[in-house]
Design a protein around this ligand. Structure first.
Ligand SMILES: [Zn+2]
Length: 383
């Protein structure tokens, strides 16, 4: 676990810019590969190329029809290394292990491996099969072609899947969606000192038009159906989140760009949001271009699916408590599976804190407990 945290794997990119030829997760993949090999689990590197590689290992009957994928991402969010003191330390204090990615989600990766190892040590033979899938490039926006999506295309198609994102409070049975876009508004550039601008013959201020667009897109409500998985939540449209425009203090701006971020619920789509945007912009008579940056659909599964009930049972067996089910805020790779009708739990993993910051930590007692839950879960699903 400490080795995993020390193996830096920060992914500062968005999915469309994530480089194929940079081994962002390379060290983590090596550590996992070596451990899996040591345990005799015959790991494989499977990636879009030799550099950006996922690690896969299977345990159980190769021809089994009951298959459970335990999926987790190897990359972490970026961190300001100048400001943070030793952000990849793996230091242990008061039962907490510190480091970027400790909770999200390197602890989960180790829990997967030790759950399988413990069952094997006990001489357990399962009649189904477990697929351990350690994937690249999730933090870039859960829309990468290199990670989970790639493995599915390569034929690693389980009957059910768990993505053990951190937190034991809820069993996550869905995640919200996300649509991000860029709006470019065009004008005509001209020096502010020339007569043609003075007379209104040339030049058109793109930033002024962008202001109109911003105004027009306020309070945009996105229709939705309240789902049980996301009680009290609604789609949230935020525009702009970032604006750029103009090049000099004495020139009429020819271009302005602004970014938007839309949080979605099941049933919402990028097309639906785009139509609403275009409807409002159309009336303004401005020259613009609307560009998609990212779309992750919101998804949910039925809480009566075995992939959920099997986990609830495991939690009950290990901890003696009834866990609650709920949707998750941020999106993850689960939509790739759920869209293929593979029921997938979107989160249940070791507790931690300071996520998405340099002081991230994972609670080691919780890691131990979750490892036991995962072992029971494997038995419930494919035992
Ligand atoms: Zn995560």
């Amino acid at each position: 676990m400490r080795q995993l945290v020390r193996a830096k794997s920060v992914n500062p990119y968005i999915a469309s810019e994530s480089p194929i030829n940079e081994a962002i997760e390379g060290r983590v993949a090596e550590v996992l590969f070596a451990k899996l090999e040591e345990l005799g689990l015959a790991p494989q590197y499977r990636g879009i190329n030799k550099i950006r590689q996922n690690v896969v290992a299977e345990w159980g009957d190769r021809r089994a029809r009951r298959t459970l994928m335990l999926n987790g991402h190897m990359d972490t969010i970026p961190v300001d290394e100048k400001r943070a003191k030793d952000p990849f330390s793996g230091r242990v204090r008061d039962g907490k292990l510190y480091g970027v990615g400790a909770a999200d989600m390197k602890a989960t990766l180790s829990a997967y491996i030790f759950a399988v190892a413990a069952l094997r040590d006990l001489g357990v033979e399962i009649c189904g099969r477990v697929i351990l899938a350690f994937v690249v490039d999730e933090e870039s926006g859960a829309s990468s072609r290199y990670g989970t999506q790639y493995l599915l295309e390569e034929g690693f198609l389980p009957k059910a899947c768990l993505i053990g994102e951190p937190g034991t409070e809820y069993v996550r049975i869905g995640h919200r969606g996300l649509y991000r876009f860029r709006l470019i508004v065009y004008g005509e550039s001209v020096h502010t000192g020339v007569g043609a601008w003075e007379r209104g013959e040339r030049g058109h201020n793109a930033v002024v038009d962008m202001a109109k667009a911003i105004e027009a897109l306020q309070n945009l409500e996105i229709p939705f159906k309240q789902s049980k998985t996301f009680p009290d939540r609604k789609p949230v449209f935020t525009f702009p989140t970032k604006v750029e425009g103009g090049v000099a203090m004495n020139a009429v701006p020819s271009k302005a760009e602004a970014y938007g971020d839309v949080r979605l619920l099941p049933g919402n789509s990028d097309t639906q949001v785009k139509l609403l945007i275009v409807e409002r912009l159309h009336k303004l008579g401005i020259r613009y271009d609307l560009q998609d940056l990212l779309f992750v659909p919101a998804v949910e599964i039925d809480s009566r699916e075995e992939v959920v009930t099997g986990l609830l049972l495991a939690i009950k067996e290990v901890e003696g408590r009834d866990a609650e089910v709920r949707g998750a805020g941020p999106g993850n790779d689960a939509h790739f599976l759920i869209k293929r009708d593979i029921p997938t739990v979107c989160g249940y993993g070791p507790d931690g804190g300071g996520e998405h910051g340099a002081s991230e930590w994972v609670d080691l007692a919780s890691l131990k407990l979750v490892t036991k839950v995962y072992a029971k879960y494997i038995l419930n699903m494919v035992g």
